[in-house]
Design a protein around this ligand. Sequence first.
Ligand SMILES: [Zn+2]
Length: 254
Amino acid sequence: MLSATVSEQAGHWYVSVLVEQEHVVPENTGPVVGVDLGLKRLATMSDGGTAENPRHLKTRLRKIKRLHRAVTRKVKGSQNRKKAARCLGNHYRTVAHQRTNTLHQFTSRLAKTKSVVVIEDLNVAGMLKNHSLALAISDVGWGTFRRQLTYKAAWYGCRVVVADRWEKSSKTCCRCGWVDEQLTLKDRTFRCQHPACRQVMDRDLNAAKNLEQLAGSSPDRINACGEGSAGASLWTGVKLPSLKQEPNAFSASA
Ligand SMILES: [Zn+2]
């Protein structure tokens, strides 16, 4: 055991214990999968599977807004205000736990059952500046998704490939490579206009399949300014998780 950290969140106390252990990375013979992250749906996978987004925060938002008002109405420094603040904190904590739990289940499933997971390099910080998307994005927890997936992949012998230029995976036909420059966020179906192809597919599934194809390009080729297959030229750079042994941190609530 290396260390233990005590923390407090909304009146609940936690101890995080950092331990060092021998860890043998298992052989992972699972398939390659592309994962397209979304707002309406948490994720669409290139094998057709989906992960629904429970949108915990949104369903509780009205209640939380009401509790916020309740706090500000109480006299500063009063016992009633403290009580109201504690109630509000409890709601936030519940939302945070539900969200983390959903993501943990999904990222564990991916890391254990897939040998390669290709995801988009979403500029989460930049997108959070767009206020109409900010709540939905922070509710989904994309940043947390990537962080969890990366460390779990190292545990379970899975490789995470991060593709840049996320919008191209949506605009390119996964079958023939035709690019629909007119595609907007509102278009939920991808309709290929190439006369020899004419593929019609769910927009997110098309994006996920493009991501999956990217795994076939060797990381070196993509890093070397993206020459090679048509798919690989759309993206620049692949970041691989460090496979160095790091001490695993486990959290335990006390
Ligand atoms: Zn096509």
